[in-house]
Design a protein around this ligand. Structure first.
Ligand code: HEM
Length: 401
């Protein structure tokens, strides 16, 4: 008798056992319940690669305008500002995305390469000298926010404080679904800081992204200060923790698969392959939500209009219909164009190239400097979230070259 005949699959995105290892549940969902309904929590879910990819493209029938997180209160009273165009439908979304893209160009991101390298070395040097350190506290938790600060022109002395505030904005207490007071207060402080910065750049322009956003124009249309502020917050919310967790997950799975990571330690130019496989095998943004704009049919079931639909990115990336030996961590697969990790369609992650640049550089630098490493699994702390997957602490022991 199969397991399915004994107990129907139960999927609860708040369950800590699920967070420990979501992949067996995803597998059962794909096989037994490709359209899954949880009436108690109040959501539906798509788990197969093809369905998730199609859903990302169908932004007309699957709306982002009611938020893209399972928790409606994810960012409290400022949710509308914090999520900016991520939580809008076209044409509002497209207008903002196009204007922002005038400033946030691939060229501007590529120009950051040297600075990302310097920052990585600056964090790695004392950490590697110690021989044992927390990868999240020393490296992975610092780089993404400092790069965002660099990009928008935050002066170096202010960056540590901004990182502290940003951490509090996205921080969630385990098991608590309400937004903590500290998160609300930090978002108000961060907002005040960014507002003042925008006003200053209006008075005198510089070379940073903030000035570029102020100047961005399409047919006479420009971004308002409030819209620029919204985008800055969106970067903090969408581009900070996700990249930190990607860096953590890479080290964790690298440590668990030493045979896979050895060729990268021998040839650091292969770091991008390590990054791509981590993005597939255990990506940091696991679940995004949509709201059905009309009745939809999936596998003979009708999902009524107005329902929450979860797109299970982490499951799509393990679909054996698309990835051979999907449950094995194999660096060098060449599966980049099939990854669901950065979404798809009109909301495809605007920071995908920046996230990859940061991770490629940080892991290549790490590989250049160590001959071997091991994560101390007794000291790891996992973050419990319905979306982000990764670690709050990841102690690592290294052998330096
Ligand atoms: C959107 C993942 C890093 C900025 C998205 C979406 C995903 C995603 C899945 C689509 C959400 C949806 O369709 O509802 C990730 C992952 C990252 C990462 C896994 C790191 C590993 C970044 C970075 C930035 C960024 C570094 C910028 C600094 C954005 C923005 C959007 C977005 C602005 C909204 C795009 C739109 O709505 O048109 N990201 N992201 N992300 N991401 Fe990322």
């Amino acid at each position: 008798m199969t397991e399915a005949l004994i107990t129907p699959v139960v999927f609860n995105p708040y369950d800590y056992d699920f967070h420990d290892d979501p992949y067996p549940t995803y597998k059962r969902l794909r096989e037994e319940s490709p359209i899954y309904h949880n009436p108690d929590i109040g959501f539906w879910a798509l788990s197969r690669h093809g369905d998730v990819a199609d859903a990302f493209k169908d932004n007309r029938r699957l709306s982002s305008a009611n938020g893209v997180s399972l928790d409606p209160a994810a960012y409290g009273p400022h949710a509308h500002l914090v999520m900016s165009f991520l939580a809008m439908d076209d044409p509002r979304h497209m207008r903002l995305r196009q204007l922002v893209s005038r400033g946030f160009t691939p060229r501007r991101v590529a120009e950051l390469e040297g600075r990302i390298l310097e920052l990585t070395d600056q964090y790695l040097e004392p950490a590697l000298a110690a021989g044992e350190f927390d990868w999240i506290a020393e490296v992975a938790g610092r780089l993404p926010m400092d790069v965002i600060s660099e990009l928008i022109g935050v002066p170096a002395p202010d960056r540590a404080e901004l990182r502290r505030m940003a951490d509090l904005v996205v921080h969630r207490e385990d098991g608590v679904q309400d937004v903590p007071q500290a998160a609300v207060e930090s978002s108000i402080s961060l907002m005040g800081y960014y507002r003042a910065m925008i006003a200053e750049r209006r008075r005198s322009a510089t070379e940073d992204l903030t000035s570029a956003l102020l100047e961005a124009e399409i047919d006479g249309d420009r971004l308002s200060d409030e819209e620029i502020l919204g985008f800055m917050f969106l970067m903090v919310v969408a581009g900070n923790e996700t990249t930190t967790k990607l860096l953590g997950n890479a080290l964790y799975w690298g440590s668990r698969n030493p045979g896979q990571v050895a060729p990268v330690l021998a040839d650091p130019n292969r770091a991008p392959d390590w990054v791509e496989e981590t993005l597939r095998y255990d990506t940091s943004s696991q679940i995004v939500a949509r709201t059905t704009a009309e009745d939809l049919e999936y596998y003979g079931q009708t999902v009524p209009a107005g329902e929450k639909m979860l797109l299970l990115i982490g499951s799509a990336n393990r679909d054996s219909e698309v990835f051979e030996d999907a449950d094995e961590f194999q660096i060098g697969r060449n599966s980049t164009n099939k990854l669901a990790s950065f979404g798809g369609g009109v909301h495809f992650c605007l920071g995908a190239h920046l996230a990859r640049l940061e991770a490629n550089i940080a892991l290549a630098e790490f590989a250049r400097k160590v001959t071997d490493f091991e994560v101390d699994e007794s000291g790891i702390e996992r973050v419990h979230s319905t979306n982000v997957r990764g670690f709050a602490a990841l102690p690592v022991k290294v052998q330096v070259r």
